[in-house]
Design a binder for this molecule. Structure first.
Ligand code: NAD
Ligand code: UDP
Length: 318
């Protein structure tokens, strides 16, 4: 297949590009490098099937070739990123999604939207099934991201019903692994960086809030299964093993043998209290199940962060 990956130089996108190349696909990696980095994909630059396009998805997209599939990942994704880039995040979810959908329509391509567990907001239903409509504050600090993705889901659905585009929606839950930016502000990258530096681990609130962490290789397998299948979704993709942020801090300290202590910070506004995917639909439709336990994935992540000089580390992983 010829696959366009928007946001391909980001954390998840770079792993997706790599796996698609490995199975013989031609990959167009489109990115404006706002939160991703060319270093994440520089090791693929010599591959005959890899094409890097520096472009903003919110501008009309032009590719010299037709594509068979579009994976639309371009969007700031970590809370500090989308807080800093609020308008850009709304633009990526709205104009960016429409440009990617237009391209898929033009080429008769399969289109998969990378949506998020954030569409459920601070969920009143636990664990979260796809039928749950969510509990989002439309004017809160997370709204630029949550509502952009909710709009992107509505737009994707409308392109399917109005224009007959073969669309699919996945709702990704917290994912971690090599190539997260050490300063992206997400909890796994922050705790690992702090533990390795011997500085305090900054636990927000009492650390009793929960998340369910999925290793990036597991997520990429599911994304590819969704690109290959005709399902419309939405389909939750995540690891259903739930843990508290306090437990995560303790695990990172144990795995790194770090002398760091835990320091509590105020809980950010609208920080979801609990989050765990119901992955029954992904199991049934895609035959997919996460395989990498948290401890194993964290060990790999710690190893990557430990020896980190970006291009060399990226090459090792490839
Ligand atoms: P990331 O920030 O590492 O990657 C996003 C990529 O999109 C970056 O390379 C960035 O430069 C690019 N980008 C942003 N705006 C763009 C624009 N206007 N034009 C072109 N490129 C643009 O984040 P990630 O964790 O890899 O997330 C990838 C996708 O998965 C995002 O859509 C995110 O919402 C979704 N997602 C990720 C997670 C997670 O835990 N990692 C959870 C839920 C959803
Ligand atoms: N968090 C934390 N310390 C940090 C960064 C995050 O305790 O240094 C918390 C955050 O408040 C949230 C959880 O960890 O409760 C997950 O945060 P992240 O930003 O990774 O993802 P999201 O909130 O979008 O799920």
């Amino acid at each position: 297949m010829r696959v366009l990956v928007t946001g391909g130089s980001g954390f998840v996108g770079s792993h997706l590009c790599e796996t698609l190349l490995r199975r013989g696909d031609t990959v167009w990696c489109l990115d404006n490098h706002s939160t991703g980095a060319p270093a994440n994909v520089s090791h693929m630059s010599g591959h005959p099937g890899f094409r890097l396009v520096r472009a903003d998805v919110t501008r009309p997209l032009r590719l010299p070739d037709r594509v068979d599939a579009v994976a639309h990942l371009a969007s700031p994704a970590s809370p500090p990123d989308y807080t800093r880039l609020g308008l850009e995040t709304l633009a990526a979810g709205s104009h960016g999604t429409e440009n990617a959908l237009r391209l898929a329509r033009r080429d008769g391509a399969r289109f998969v939207l990378a949506s998020t567990s954030e569409v459920y907001g601070d969920p009143a239903v636990h664990p979260q099934p796809e039928e749950y409509w969510g509990n989002v504050n439309p004017v809160g600090p997370r709204s630029v991201y949550d509502e952009a993705k909710r709009y992107a889901e509505a737009l994707t659905t409308a392109y399917r019903t109005t224009h007959g585009v073969d669309t699919g929606i996945v709702r990704i839950f917290n994912t971690y692994g090599p190539r997260m930016r050490p300063h992206d502000g997400r909890v796994v990258s922050t705790f690992v960086r702090q533990a390795l530096a011997g500085t305090p681990l900054t636990v927000h609130g009492d650390g009793g809030q929960t998340r369910s962490f999925c290793y990036v290789d597991d997520l990429v397998r599911a994304l590819i299964a969704m690109l290959d299948a005709p399902h419309r979704g939405p389909v939750n993709l995540g690891n259903p093993t739930e843990c508290t942020v306090g437990e995560l801090a303790a695990l990172v300290l144990a795995l790194t043998g770090s002398p760091s202590r835990v320091e509590h910070r105020p809980l950010p506004a609208d920080d979801p209290t609990r989050r765990r995917p119901d992955i029954g639909r992904a199991r049934a439709l895609l035959g997919w199940e996460p395989e990498v336990p948290l401890e194993t994935g964290l060990r790999r992540t710690v190893t990557w962060f430990t020896g980190r000089t970006a291009p060399a580390a990226a090459r090792r992983h490839y």
